[in-house]
Ligand binder design. Structure first.
Ligand code: BES
Ligand code: MG
Ligand code: ZN
Length: 498
C-alpha cells in the first residue's frame, strides 16, 4: 500500500526518511541543490561529481545525511535529456526510487515532483503517471512466502501550489489505474490451481457486483448448446468446465459509442495433446493475461466513467490433455458457423477467441473491437519483451491504439496484416486450419488471420501480448512475473475515445 499526501511546502520542510529530486541530464547545480548543500551536506557538488551522477536516464545517487539530528537520505534520480521529453524516463526514475527505498528500508519519502513540461505532459498527466507507477513498482507477488515481501510507503508529493488541484485529479485517477494493473498482475501470478476458469469468472462476478455492471455467464453446457465449438473443444480436455463471461459498462450519454475488449483466458496452457516441452510450460499460468487485462480494465473504467460503452468478453478454459481432449485432426464448428481443422492443440487461443469474437459481433452493435491475447511464441520472438504486437486493417482504430500506447508506455508495434498472408490458414478438410502453412512462416500474423474469420464488419485491432505479459527484464517498475500488459493501454483508449 502507498499512502499519498500532496504538500505545497518545500522539499526540505518535509519530514521523511528520504528526500527525492529528479534531475535531467547535465543539470546545473541549481539554487535548490545549493540550499540543500548549505544546510545539510556542504560537499554535495563535489560528491555528485565524484560519483559521476550526470542525470542520465535510469541512473541515481543516494547520499546519507542528517536532518534534525536524524539520519536520512537524499536521492537524486536521473530523468535523461530534457529535449527528449520522454515521460518514460520519469516512470523508470520512479521505479528506481522504489527499488532504492526497498534496499535501504526507506518508508517515508518526500518527492519533489518535477516540472511536467520537462516531459511534454500536463500537470494532471504527471500526477497520474506518478500514482500509476509507484504502486506498480512496489507490487510484489508474495502470497506464498512465509514473510511478506511487499513494502508499504508513505509518500509526500511536493507540488507547486498553482497545479495542486489538477495534479490531485491526476493522482486520484492514477490510483484507480494502478490498482487495476496490480489486480491483473495478481490474477496472472496466482498458480494455475488457484486461478481456474471458475475462479476467474468469480472475480468477474465480484467486480460486476461492486460496480453495478451487467454480467452474463455461460457454463460449458451452455457453451456447447450455443454451438461454440472452439471454446468447448479446448475445454473438453479438462475436468474443469470452460466458461464464457461478458461484462457491460454503460456510459451516461444515450448515444455513446460502444467498444468491446476480448481477452484470452487460458488459465493453464499445457498445449493439450500437442503437449508443450516442460520448459515452455513453466510460465503457462500467464496464458490468461488477456482476460485479466480486459477484466481489470473494465473494473477501473467503471470507476473512471468514460463516455463510451464498454463490453468485455472473456472465454475461459484450461488446455489439458486427457482421454476426452480434442485431437489433432479433429474439426470444430464455431458460433458463426465456420469450421476449423485442429492440427495442433497448442494453438488453442485462436479457437476460444474465434467464438468470443463472433459472439461479441453478433450480440452487440460495436464501433470497435480490441482483442488481447498471449497468442503466439512467434510474436514474442519477433518483438521481444518490450512491445506488444499490433495487427489490424483499420487505420483509424490502429492510430487510436497507437496513441494510447504512446501516452501510457504500454507499448505496441505494428506487424504487417496484409491479405497476402490470408491463404496461410486454409485447410484441406475444413474452412480454416488452426496452424498456418509453414511456407508462410509468420506465426503471429497467421494466427491473426485465423481470428479474422470471426470478425465480419467491426473495426478491429488484435494485440498479441505473448512477449509483454510476463517476465519482462530491465524495466525498474516491473518485477519478475506478470506486468499487467495492456491494462493501462485499454483504460487510456476508453478514456480518450472520441
Ligand atoms: N500460449 C501460447 C503462446 C505463448 C508462448 C504465450 C509463449 C506466451 C509465451 C499459445 O497457446 C501457443 O502455444 N501457441 C503456439 C502456436 C503454434 C502451435 C502454432 C506457439 O506459439 O508456439
Ligand atoms: Mg472440461
Ligand atoms: Zn497453446
Amino acid at each position: 500500500m502507498i499512502k499519498y499526501t500532496l504538500s505545497v511546502k518545500s522539499l526540505m520542510e518535509q519530514q521523511a526518511d528520504a528526500y527525492v529530486l529528479c534531475l535531467p541530464e547535465d543539470f546545473a547545480f541549481s539554487k535548490e541543490l545549493r540550499t540543500i548543500a548549505q544546510d545539510y551536506f556542504p560537499s554535495l557538488e563535489n560528491l555528485i561529481e565524484r560519483r559521476k551522477f550526470t542525470g542520465k536516464a535510469q541512473s541515481s545517487l543516494i547520499i546519507q545525511m542528517h536532518k534534525d539530528d536524524k539520519p536520512c537520505s537524499l536521492i537524486l534520480l536521473g530523468v535523461g535529456k530534457k529535449e527528449d521529453k520522454k515521460v518514460e524516463h520519469y516512470r523508470r526514475a520512479l521505479g528506481v526510487l522504489v527499488r532504492l527505498s526497498e534496499q535501504h528500508e526507506i518508508k517515508t519519502i518526500a518527492l519533489q515532483l518535477p516540472s511536467s513540461a520537462m516531459f511534454g505532459v500536463t500537470p494532471e498527466q504527471l500526477g497520474q503517471e506518478t500514482s500509476i507507477i509507484l504502486p506498480m513498482a512496489a507490487y510484489y507477488f508474495d502470497d506464498f512466502f512465509t514473510e511478506k515481501k511487499q513494502k508499504d510507503f508513505d509518500i509526500t508529493l511536493v507540488v507547486d501550489a498553482k497545479h495542486k488541484i489538477t495534479l490531485k485529479k491526476g493522482v486520484d485517477a492514477g490510483i484507480v489505474i494502478s490498482d487495476a494493473v496490480n489486480e491483473a498482475r495478481h490474477w496472472i501470478d496466482l498458480p494455475p490451481e488457484k486461478l481456474t476458469p471458475i475462479e476467474l469468472a468469480g472475480k468477474a462476478k465480484k467486480i460486476a457486483k461492486k460496480n453495478g455492471l451487467k454480467m452474463t455467464e455461460f457454463t460449458e453446457k451452455e457453451i456447447i448448446k450455443k454451438g461454440m465449438g472452439g471454446l468447448a473443444g479446448v475445454g473438453q480436455g479438462s475436468d474443469r468446465d470452460a466458461h464464457l463471461v461478458i461484462l457491460e459498462y454503460k456510459a451516461k450519454n444515450k448515444n455513446a459509442e460502444t467498444i468491446c475488449f476480448v481477452g484470452k483466458g487460458i488459465t493453464f496452457d499445457s498445449g493439450g495433446l500437442s503437449l508443450k516441452p516442460p520448459q515452455y510450460m513453466e510460465t503457462m499460468k500467464e496464458d490468461m493475461s488477456g482476460a485479466a487485462a480486459v477484466l481489470a480494465a473494465i473494473d477501473a473504467l467503471a470507476q473512471l466513467k468514460p463516455s463510451v460503452n464498454i463490453v468485455v468478453v472473456m472465454p475461459l478454459s484450461e488446455n489439458l490433455p486427457s482421454g476426452k481432449a480434442t485431437k489433432p485432426g479433429d474439426v470444430l464448428k464455431f458460433y458463426n458457423g465456420k469450421t476449423a481443422e485442429v492440427l495442433n492443440t497448442d494453438a488453442e487461443g485462436r479457437l476460444i477467441l474465434g467464438d468470443a469474437l463472433a459472439y461479441a459481433e453478433k450480440h452487440y452493435d460495436l464501433d470497435a473491437l480490441v482483442d488481447v491475447a498471449t497468442l503466439t511464441g512467434s510474436c514474442a520472438y519477433a518483438l521481444g519483451p518490450f512491445f506488444t504486437g499490433m495487427l489490424s486493417q483499420d487505420a483509424a482504430l490502429s492510430k487510436k491504439v497507437q496513441n494510447a500506447a504512446d501516452r501510457t508506455g504500454d507499448r505496441v508495434w505494428p506487424l504487417p496484416f496484409d491479405n497476402d498472408y490470408a491463404k496461410a490458414v486454409e485447410s484441406k478438410v475444413a474452412d480454416i486450419c488452426n496452424i498456418g502453412n509453414p511456407k508462410y512462416k509468420a506465426g503471429a500474423i497467421m494466427a491473426a488471420f485465423f481470428l479474422k474469420h470471426f470478425v465480419e464488419k467491426t473495426p478491429w485491432v488484435h494485440l498479441d501480448i505473448a512477449g509483454t505479459a510476463f517476465d519482462v527484464p530491465d524495466i525498474p517498475y516491473y518485477r519478475t512475473g506478470a506486468t499487467g500488459s495492456s491494462v493501462r493501454l485499454l483504460i487510456d483508449l476508453a478514456r480518450n475515445w472520441k
